[in-house]
Every structure is written in C-alpha cells, then in structure tokens.
Design a protein around this ligand. Structure first.
Ligand SMILES: C[S@@+](CC[C@H](N)C(=O)[O-])C[C@H]1O[C@@H](n2cnc3c(N)ncnc32)[C@H](O)[C@@H]1O
Length: 571
C-alpha cells in the first residue's frame, strides 16, 4: 500500500476528522467553567478542544503562566488520544502556545476504552475516593465516527457498553464513546460532542437516543459547515445529566417523547406535521421486509441478460476438500476459534475428514445460453427503475443453488448466512438499497434475491391488492419525505426502514380502490415497455390519491392516463 493510501486507511479507521480550531473555540466558549471543574476530552486529536479549554481556565487562576498551566493540567483537564502522532502534536501545540509542558498532566496516549479512569492513578479519583463515581463535570470533543474498535477487545466492550435500558447499543466507536462518557459524567454534568447527524434517526442508534433521554436533557444543533475534510453532515449534541426527560430540542424546536414514540425507530426528527401520519398502522403490519443474499463473488455465478441471452464462461465442479486448521481459522469470525473448536478440527483433520466444496472452472470457450433456462433463475439486483422492470440478471441455480450455497458455506464467516432465503421466489415489492429515494417496483414470483435490493412481502392473510396499494403509496413524494425526514435520512433504505413507514390508513376506500387500479395499470404498461420516472404524470397523480385528509373525505382522483392496452395480466 502506498504511504498516502495507508494514511487514508488509518484516518478512516480512527475516524480522524479533526475539528477546525474556530469551531472548537466556539463550542468551548459556550461552557461556563470554574476551578472545581474537571473536563475530559476523550479523543483529543491534536488538541483542537484542549487548547481553548486551557485558555478558558487560565484567567480563573493567579500566578505565573507556568504555575497556572501546571494547575490546570493537573486539576482541570484530562485528555486521551490513541494515535501517537496526533498525541505528540497535541503536546507540542501546548508547548508552542505556552512555552512549556508541565511534567505532571493528565493527557495520555491510550485507547479511551482501555483507559481506567476510576483508579488511584488518577489523582482526582484518588483524593475523592471516587471509585465507581462519575468523575467529570464536562466531557467535550468530537468522538471518532465510523472508526473501528480494537478487535482484541470489541467483544468485551460489547458486553460492557452494548446494552443499556433494555436496548441494544450499536457496536460502533462513537456510540460506545457516548455511552462510556455518560458513565463518566457527573450528575448535572455537561457533555458536548460533535456527532454525525445519522444518529438522530437511524434505528441502530435508537438505543443510544433512549439512553440519552433517560439520563438528561438533549439539545441538537445542525452544523451548517463542519470541515473541508468531509462533507458528511454533522450536528452538535449538548447533553446535561439531569435525569429522564420527555422532550429533546432539535434546531430550536421541541420534539416530544410521545410523538417520538409513535415511530418505531424512536426518531428525533419527528415534527407535529409528521406525527399525524405515524398515528396508525405501519407498513410492517401488512408486509414483512427482507434483505437478499450476498454471493461473495458475483462474477462466478451472476450473469447479465442481453437480448434474452447470457454468456457463461464457467463450469462448476464439486469436490471433497480436506479439513485443515489453517483453513478453518481463515473462515472463523475475526480469525478466532475456541480451544474446543481447535481440538475438534484437529481430530477431523487427523481422521482425514473433508468438506464438500465447489470449484469454478473456466471453460475453454464461453457458451451462450438462452434465458429462461432451467439451470438459471432471475436474480433481483437493485436498479433505479420504478413500478416494474424486466429481469436484468440471472444466477446459476441448478439443484436449488447448490453451487452458490456450497461456495458461500466454504467462504469466510460473513458469507455463511443466506439472506432472504425463505423469501426466494415469492411475489412482492423491491427497491434499491442505496438510493436517495425509494426506487420501488413490483417483484413478480420466481426471483432469487440480492442484498442490493431489499424486498417486502405480504404477511399471511393480507389481501393481495394491498401490494398495489402499498406500491402506489411508496412511490409518492409524501412517503419518501417521511422516510427521509423521520425514519432514516441516510442513503441506505433497509427493509426495517420500509416496515417503519406509516401505512396510508387515512386514504378513503374509494381512493384506495382507484389507487389500486391505477398501480395495476401502470405495472401492465411497464411490462409492455413504458418506463416511468418519479416525474411521470402517472406517478404525480398518486400524490392526490394518498393525500392526508383529517376527515378522510373522498378525493376523486384524476383519470388514469391510458396505457397501450388495458389488459390485466396480473393476478
Ligand atoms: C474525529 S477525530 C477528533 C479529534 C479531536 N477531538 C478534534 O476534535 O479535532 C477523532 C479522534 O479520535 C481518535 N481515536 C480514535 N479511536 C480512539 C480510541 N479508541 N481512543 C482514543 N482516541 C481515539 C482519533 O485518532 C482521532 O484523533
């Protein structure tokens, strides 16, 4: 790897997006500090917050600069940084600014999660006898976002920080940083963190949002500009540990707990305007969503259909692969095997046991195959088509996918599971996983499912027409707005996000029937070659059909535009 690439990889791994000095200064300015305060910066980088913090404490003391600096760094400021270079730079920045660094200070180079704050090594803890007692009156910083936890301790950390108040806390650097910081924060203490804005809505951060609300007051402020190093939207989280609260403030507006609770993801983005849609059943009451599978190596098994044909460059041969410890270790999660597993594998290897495997062999000459073909099934890859699109890919699926499933079984641990398998072949709806909007379409029976296109299927006992009604709803701007503003505004639209959307319970029956007929007609038209976009008149018409009406009065939909042949080929 080149030096630049290694640096980029390290930067990503440690979530190193440093705070510009003026922003750090601005946040420190908002704190009111006294000489009795203890402030922690848990991932101090090169000192963006440490420098203005020292400046802020300086006028609170008397004496020479050296004396004051020594007192501040012994009594008031604590910092941790994992990266050696940034840590050294932080100390150098202090030296440069004040001419020296006192020999005793509480700035340490360590992993925040390995730092044992409640021990006698910490003078404050020792003098207060503060074992197990929250230590810091203020915790401030910009915890690493999207970084990786040390694999050697991540399972341990998951046990300590991965579950609070009956909810899972996402195993991720910044969520665990927040949880550990909350543990370390004194009663009435303030935490001030720059965070990714994703944590306001995404479900995996639901546990963290609940935890924060159960411990104190939360205020969120969107940062219009964070840093030139990243264009990821960021927010400032200001938290005061004052006990359970029934509201959060987001950009100056109150978000009430009872409205937040209407959303399954405990969204902090719900407003009064959104709340009415969520006050009823959700799509998950009608449909069950599922992701698809990851093949591991599409090139081996997935083919693009062109003019009804595919080109097959491979053949697949099954063989018996000897079991070895080395290979089993490679396949294990994080390369770890328990002692009993190792013993078992050694016994299997000694006995000459084998594992059924598949070999992918390049043909001397690729063959052209007409589709449909009994050895291949349609493969549902994500696309930005809406309403319906013809199959674009197939997957080699002779003997119920024996070759693909054997390949996955022999791959590394993350490939072993087959996502969505119980739903393979079922009729439903599907959309592109990574997209700004729901690019959603009708999925006919018979497909094998790919992870890039999550799907949803009617629950048992739900009328078949609901499929069309829900497809129409998912194509409206209103539904997309609720998805992006309340459920999950990242580019990832998971099955659970879909299930958390409101079901359009407010639509009167007559509009519902019109919407169903309209959507069925659009599917037929799309099957005949019409390509819809979100701007198409037929799609815009849906907006009227699904509009919210307090009195649920009937709105006569505009006439459906004629399609080439009004022949319903659908069930
Ligand atoms: C987003 S940067 C912020 C740095 C600094 N707080 C600032 O605002 O400029 C995150 C910092 O966390 C450090 N870091 C990452 N993982 C850490 C860990 N487990 N313990 C301590 N520091 C860590 C990174 O090296 C990086 O300096």
């Amino acid at each position: 790897m080149s030096v630049a690439k290694t640096q980029r990889a390290q930067k990503r791994q440690l979530g190193q997006f440093l705070t510009p000095q003026p922003l750090a200064q601005q946040l420190v300015d908002t704190l009111s500090l006294s000489i009795n305060d203890r402030v922690l910066e848990p991932s101090m980088g090169d000192g963006a917050f440490i420098i203005p913090l020292i400046e802020k404490f300086m006028p609170l003391y008397t004496g020479s600069v050296e004396e004051r600096l020594a007192l501040i760094l012994q009594r008031n400021i604590y910092g941790v940084e994992l990266d050696e270079t940034l840590f050294a730079r932080c100390l150098a920045n202090i030296r440069e600014r004040w001419g020296e660094l006192p020999p005793q200070h509480n700035l340490v180079r360590n992993d925040f999660f390995r730092e044992p704050f409640f021990t006698t090594e910490y003078p404050v803890a020792a003098t207060n006898g503060a074992f197990g007692v929250s230590l810091f009156t203020h915790i401030i910083g910009n915890p690493p976002f999207g970084g990786t936890l040390d694999p050697a301790i991540q399972d341990e950390l998951d046990k300590v920080y991965g579950f609070r108040n009956g909810e899972k806390i996402k195993k991720e650097t910044y969520s665990f940083f927040i949880v550990k910081s909350l543990d370390l924060l004194a009663k009435n203490g303030t935490l001030l963190f720059i965070c990714s804005d994703t944590f306001l809505t995404i479900n995996t951060m639901r546990g963290l949002r609940r935890l924060l609300m159960s411990h104190g007051e939360v205020e969120i402020e969107t940062l219009t500009q964070f840093s030139d190093e990243t264009n990821h939207p960021m927010v400032v989280l200001r938290f005061v540990k004052r006990g359970c609260t029934d509201r959060v403030i987001v950009d100056g507006e109150q978000r009430l707990r009872h409205q937040i609770e209407l959303t399954d993801n405990f969204s902090w983005r719900i407003t009064d305007d959104h709340a009415r849609y969520f006050d009823g059943p959700k799509l998950g009451d009608y449909m069950i969503a599922s992701s698809g599978m990851t093949v591991g190596k599409n090139e081996y098994f997935v083919r693009k259909i062109e003019n009804g044909m595919i080109v097959e460059p491979y053949e697949f041969e099954f063989f018996d692969d000897p079991i070895t410890l080395e290979r089993e270790r490679e396949r294990a999660r994080l390369g770890k095997l328990s002692t009993s597993q190792i013993e078992k594998i050694k016994r299997q290897a000694a006995a000459g046991l084998t594992r059924r495997n598949v070999r992918v062999v390049r043909r001397a000459q690729p063959v052209r195959i007409a589709i449909p073909h009994p050895d291949y099934r349609y493969y549902n890859k994500g696309t930005n088509a809406i309403v319906y699109c013809d199959p674009t890919h197939v997957i080699y699926w002779r003997d119920n996918g024996d070759a693909v499933l054997t390949f996955k079984k022999n791959g590394n641990w993350y490939l072993h599971g087959v996502g969505g398998q119980p739903y393979f072949g079922r009729e439903g709806l599907t959309w592109q996983l990574i997209a700004q909007n729901l690019y959603i379409r009708y999925l006919p029976e018979g497909y094998i499912l790919d992870s890039g296109a999550p799907c949803a299927f009617l629950r048992a006992g739900i009328e078949h027409d609901e499929l069309y009604f829900i497809l129409g709803w998912a194509l409206t701007n209103l539904c997309n707005r609720l998805l992006k503003e309340v459920i999950n505004h990242t580019k990832n639209i998971q099955g659970k996000d879909f299930e958390r959307l409101p079901y359009p319970w407010w639509v009167p029956e007559v509009n519902k029937q019109a919407a169903i007929a309209h959507v069925r007609q659009m599917i037929v038209a799309a099957q005949q070659g019409i390509r819809y976009t979100r701007e198409s008149a037929e799609i815009r018409q849906l907006e009227v059909m699904y509009a919210f009406s307090e009195t649920a009065h009937c709105i006569t939909p505009a006439p459906v535009l004629p399609v080439q042949a009004a022949l319903f080929v659908l069930p």
